[in-house]
Design a protein around this ligand. Structure first.
Ligand code: NOJ
Ligand code: MG
Length: 583
C-alpha cells in the first residue's frame, strides 16, 4: 500500500511523484514545513519531572534545571501539563485560576525564567488549555453558586426532578455519567440546582452556550499568548457541549462496565456535538490572530478520544481550520503487546486514509492517562515502537520517560492518588488508575532517582530506578535513550519529513515500512511484534536498494550499527526493531 505524504500534490503515479517530489522538496523542505510539523513534542508532567525544593512534588524551577536534557534528546517543543492554580483534585486539570501559576509549582517569574531558558535553547513552549471545566473552588464557580453576574451562567446548572418516593429530595435531571464514575450531576444546596461535571465533582463543566464565558476563555488563550507561549494542547475537547434538551443516553451494552461506570452508556449527547467542532475553530482563530501579526505559528493540538470519523472532524476544513492536529491515539487505543505486524500496518493506514488529504499527521504513544509503553507493549518493544512513532509521517509526541523506556510502577490502593482510582474503590481501581504512569522521572541512581532530595515523593519512585535511569542510559554504549536520540536526529532527513510512506506486513508478525523520496536515501523500518525470531524480505517496499545499512537497532538485537544487510533477509529477534538506510 502506497501513500503519498505531501499535502500539496496529489498524484496517482509514483513516477510523477518522484519527479515532482525532487523539484518541490529535496531542497525546499525547510521552506515548506513549519516548526510544529518537523519537531518532536515532549510532554512534561510537572508534578513528576523534577523537584527543586525537596517537597516531593516537581516544580517549574526543576523543569528549568533539566531543559538541557530536552536539547540533548533533540526535542523541539515541550508541552507542560497544567501548571495553573489548582486544588489538585485532578492534579492540575481542576483549575481555580486560569491566569495564575500554582504556588506548588512556583511563580510567574519562575515561568518567565523557564520560557527564557527554552528560548535560548531553541525549544518551543506549549501550555495545556483546559476549556471544559474549572475547579469548584474557583472564584467563578463560587460566584456562580451565589448567582453573582457575570458568573451566574458560567456553568451548566439544571433543576432537579423531585424524587418519586420523597418529593423533598431531588434526583438528577437525567442518566448522564461522569468520566470518573457515578452521576455527572452534583447537587448544590446553596443554589438549589444540579451542576454538570463530566469529570470529578470538583471539575464543574463550563457553559459554552454562554457567549460571555466563551469570550472569557478566549482571553485566557490571549493572556498566555501575550506572555509568549508557542501554542496549546487542548484538554478533553469532546466534552465542551452537551445536548441542551438533556436526553438520557442509551446503554452501550458493554458487559464489563458497571452501571455507574462511564463505559455503561453511549455518549452520543455529551461528546462530539456539532457546536464543539465550531468552538475548536473559534479557538484556532484566536491563535491565528497572533500568527497574522508576526508570521510565527502558535500550534493547537487537541485531545479527543473518539472514533476516527469524529476525531478527523477536529482538523476542521481548509476554509475553517480546527486544530493543527487532533492527537492520533491509534497506538494507545488499539495496539498493544498482542498486536501483530498486520495490525500495526492496518491501524497506521486507517489513520492515514481517514485523515483529510491536506492535513498533517501525528503519532502519540504515551501520556499521563495511559500505561507506559514498556508496560503496554513489553520492555523489549520499547525501541521498535519508538522507531515507528518517530519515523512515520508527521509530528511525533513523546511522554516524559518514554525516551528511556520507563515502566509502570505498582501503586497499592493505600498509595493511590488518582481520583478515578479513588472513585472505583479497592476492588476495581487497578482497571482505571493512572498513577502507575505518573511516578517520578528517573534521572540517576541517587535518592528518589535524582527527582527530589526528599526520600518521600508524592507518588513513589519505581524500584527499578537504580538501573533504569537517564544517567545510566547516557553512559551505556547501547540504551533505549541512545536509540531514541538517533531516531530524533533522523527526522531531519528529507525522506522522513516529506517522503512517501509504504507500509506492509511481512508474514503476520513483522511490520515493514519505507519512507522514500526519489534520489534521496530512503529509510526502511522493520519491527517484529512477535515473540519468535523472523527473517524478512523487505524488497517489496518502494525505495529499497540492493544493500542496506543498519542505522539503529533495538538494544537486544544481534545486529549492530553500520552492519550491511541483505534486503532479502533482514534478521530480527523477538520484539526487535531495526532502522536501515539505503546507500
Ligand atoms: C484529560 C486529561 O489528560 C486527564 O488527565 C484529565 O483527568 C481529564 N482530561 C480531565 O481534565
Ligand atoms: Mg462540557
Amino acid at each position: 500500500m502506497l501513500l503519498e505524504y505531501h499535502h500539496f500534490i496529489m498524484i496517482a503515479t509514483p513516477y510523477l511523484v518522484a519527479i515532482l517530489a525532487v523539484a518541490a522538496f529535496t531542497t525546499a523542505a525547510e521552506d515548506t514545513l513549519d516548526w510544529w510539523q518537523t519537531t518532536v513534542f515532549y510532554q512534561i508532567y510537572p508534578r513528576s519531572f523534577k523537584d527543586s525544593d525537596g517537597d516531593g512534588v516537581g516544580d517549574l524551577k526543576g523543569i528549568t534545571s533539566k531543559m538541557e536534557h530536552l536539547k540533548d534528546a533533540g526535542i523541539g517543543a515541550a508541552w507542560l501539563s497544567p501548571i495553573f492554580k489548582s486544588p489538585m483534585v485532578d492534579f492540575g486539570y481542576d483549575i481555580a485560576d486560569f491566569k495564575a501559576i500554582e504556588p506548588l509549582f512556583g511563580t510567574i517569574d519562575d515561568f518567565k525564567e523557564l520560557k527564557e531558558k527554552m528560548t535560548n535553547l531553541g525549544i518551543k513552549l506549549i501550555l495545556d488549555f483546559v476549556p471544559n471545566h474549572s475547579s469548584n473552588l474557583s472564584e467563578w464557580f463560587q460566584n456562580s453558586v451565589k448567582k453573582i453576574d457575570p458568573y451566574t451562567d458560567y456553568y451548566v446548572w439544571v433543576d432537579g426532578k423531585p424524587n418519586a418516593d420523597d418529593p423533598s429530595k431531588m434526583d438528577p435531571p437525567n442518566n448522564w455519567l461522569s468520566n470518573f464514575g457515578g452521576s455527572a450531576w452534583e447537587w448544590n444546596e446553596e443554589r438549589g440546582q444540579f451542576y454538570l461535571h463530566q469529570f470529578a465533582a470538583g471539575q464543574p463543566d463550563l457553559n459554552y452556550r454562554n457567549p460571555v464565558l466563551v469570550e472569557e476563555m478566549k482571553n485566557v488563550l490571549r493572556y498566555w499568548l501575550d506572555i509568549g507561549v508557542d501554542g496549546f494542547r487542548v484538554d478533553a475537547v469532546p466534552y465542551l457541549f452537551e445536548r441542551e434538551d438533556l436526553p438520557d443516553e442509551p446503554k452501550s451494552g458493554d458487559p464489563n462496565a458497571k452501571p455507574n461506570e462511564e463505559k455503561y452508556l453511549l455518549h452520543i449527547y455529551t461528546q462530539n456535538q456539532p457546536e464543539t467542532f465550531d468552538m475548536i475553530s473559534q479557538f484556532r482563530a484566536v491563535v491565528d490572530e497572533y500568527k497574522a501579526r508576526d508570521g510565527h505559528t502558535r500550534v493547537m493540538m487537541v485531545e479527543a478520544y473518539a472514533n476516527l470519523t469524529e476525531t478527523m472532524k477536529y482538523y476542521g476544513t481548509p476554509e475553517k481550520p480546527g486544530a493543527h492536529f487532533p492527537f492520533n491515539f491509534q497506538f494507545i487505543s488499539y495496539l498493544n503487546n498482542a498486536s501483530t505486524g498486520q495490525d500495526v500496518r492496518d491501524y497506521v493506514l486507517q489513520w492515514e486514509q481517514n485523515k483529510p488529504s491536506w492535513a498533517w499527521s501525528n503519532w502519540v504513544v504515551g501520556n499521563h492517562d495511559n500505561h507506559r509503553v514498556a508496560s503496554r507493549f513489553g520492555p523489549q518493544l520499547t525501541d521498535g515502537i519508538n522507531m515507528l512513532i518517530q519515523l512515520l509521517p508527521g509530528s511525533a509526541v513523546t511522554y516524559n520517560g518514554e525516551e528511556i523506556g520507563m515502566e509502570d510502577t505498582f501503586i497499592s490502593w493505600e498509595q493511590s492518588k488518582d481520583p478515578i482510582a479513588l472513585n472505583a474503590g479497592p476492588d476495581r481501581y487497578t482497571l482505571f488508575t493512572r498513577d502507575p504512569e505518573r511516578t517520578p522521572f528517573q534521572w540517576d541512581d541517587s535518592t528518589s532517582a535524582g527527582f527530589s532530595q526528599s526520600e518521600t515523593t508524592w507518588l513513589p519512585v519505581n524500584s527499578n530506578y537504580k538501573t533504569l535511569n537517564l544517567e545510566n542510559e547516557r553512559e551505556a554504549t547501547e540504551s533505549h535513550y541512545k536509540v531514541y536520540q538517533k531516531l530524533v536526529k533522523l527526522r531531519n532527513l528529507n525522506a522522513i519529513q516529506t517522503g512517501a510512506l509504504d507500509i506492509q506486513a511481512a508474514g503476520s508478525n513483522v511490520v515493514i515500512l519505507s519512507r522514500y523520496l526519489s534520489s534521496e536515501p530512503s529509510v526502511i523500518v522493520a519491527v517484529n511484534m512477535g515473540s519468535d525470531s523472523e527473517t524478512v524480505d523487505v524488497t517489496s517496499l518502494k525505495g529499497v536498494s540492493e544493500t542496506l545499512e543498519v542505522y539503529t537497532v533495538s538494544i537486544e538485537s544481534d545486529l549492530n550499527e553500520g552492519d550491511k544487510v541483505d534486503p532479502k533477509a533482514v534478521r530480527l529477534g523477538p520484539k526487535d526493531g531495526v532502522v536501515l538506510l539505503t546507500a
